[in-house]
Write a protein that binds this ligand. Structure first.
Ligand code: APR
Length: 320
């Protein structure tokens, strides 16, 4: 049986972390593609040597040639520029849309059967652009944001309550921006919905509101601390949770940026929603019931995604 081939398009901070985690977990062989000369080759060589210590037989190769991603089963896209302090994700659009056009052409030519996870920001617009530029089936192209946003929410909740993060499950919907929608009603501690956790007196409502707000701004908090770029450990781990569900056909229900064709009343956009991920890629969008307040927040978030996609079509009309 052929070994799984995972192509990382972009070998920077997230790309390097992805390569390391894939090797440690022996999820497959890795090709790191980047436009920077020598850097992906150097990272791959370093990681191969760490495999000797870790006991990993994953093979890693760094490259500047798209031909090397040929036949990849999975592509994870982090190519582009990250935020610096003071920037919003949306400020990246002008540069990263051009990058998505190049990456889309490379994937179309060499890995048209791959499952593609996009991480590049602004996420919901970049995954839209990548799908357009590559022409791959919409169910095979998804964006990673919801797993990361939910992991931030889970971490804050577990720390606040003093419980294992394993027992906290959280759902965040909508676009990957400050308008995202942490769904308090559908987030639970050992199965207890958060409104009940508040009613039980375990956490004050004001504290929960602060945690929701911190989750929304979770990426910016890290950018402000790092000063040179944005988060990379949790984004890499989150993308691999999605890839694992695809490769093992686990059918996990994970919040992903998925193409909506009428679901949630949205057509023609990628937005964060719960998705069943399996061998067929994004196999099914799970439409959960939203109350009036949640729906209003969701619509606001969708509007900001729409604004970003409109900006993309102005910069790159051929994608529209
Ligand atoms: N093709 C391939 N690689 C590219 C291209 C391109 N056209 N343009 C830039 N790159 C590479 C850079 O050379 C760099 O190595 O993309 C890599 C990006 O890595 P970092 O700058 O370290 O950024 P990272 O922290 O990995 O974040 C990547 O993910 O979360 C998002 O906002 C983040 O958009 C950013 C992306």
């Amino acid at each position: 049986m052929a070994r799984t081939k995972i192509a990382l398009i972009g070998g920077g901070m997230i790309g390097g972390t992805l390569a390391h985690l894939i090797s440690l977990k022996e999820m497959g062989d890795v090709v790191i593609f980047d436009i920077a000369e020598g850097m992906p080759q150097g990272k791959a060589l370093d990681l191969c040597q760490s495999g000797a210590v870790e006991g990993s037989d994953s093979q890693l190769k760094g490259t500047n040639a798209y031909a090397d991603i040929e036949g990849a089963d999975v592509c994870i896209v982090t190519a582009g520029v990250p935020r610096k302090p003071g920037m919003s994700r949306d400020d990246l659009i002008g540069i990263n849309i051009k990058v998505m056009e190049q990456v889309g052409a490379g994937i179309k030519k060499y890995a048209p059967n791959a499952f593609v996870v996009v991480i590049t920001n602004p996420l919901d617009a970049m995954v839209w652009a990548l799908q357009k530029a590559s022409g791959l089936p919409r169910n095979m192209v998804v964006g990673m944001a919801g797993v990361l946003d939910s992991s931030r929410f889970r971490h804050f909740l577990a720390t606040e309550l003093g419980v294992s993060v394993e027992d906290v499950s959280a759902f965040v919907l909508g676009g990957h921006g400050d308008e995202m929608v942490p769904l308090v009603r559908y987030s639970t501690v050992a199965g207890i919905p958060l409104p009940d956790v508040v009613r039980m007196g375990w956490m004050r409502q004001e504290r929960l509101d602060e945690i929701v707000d911190r989750t929304r701004k979770g990426g910016g908090e890290i950018v402000a601390l790092l000063k040179t770029g944005s988060a990379y450990y949790a984004p890499a781990a989150s993308a691999l949770e999605m890839v694992d569900s695809y490769l093992k056909d686990k059918k996990r229900i994970l919040p992903c940026a998925a193409y909506l064709n009428g679901e949630y009343g949205v057509k023609g956009l990628y937005v964060g929603v719960p998705v069943i991920l399996g061998a067929g890629g994004a196999e099914r969008i799970v439409e959960i019931d939203l109350n009036a307040a949640e729906r209003a927040m969701f619509i606001k978030s969708v509007e900001s995604v729409k604004g970003l996609v409109d900006a993309c079509t102005q910069i790159a009309p051929q994608l529209g």
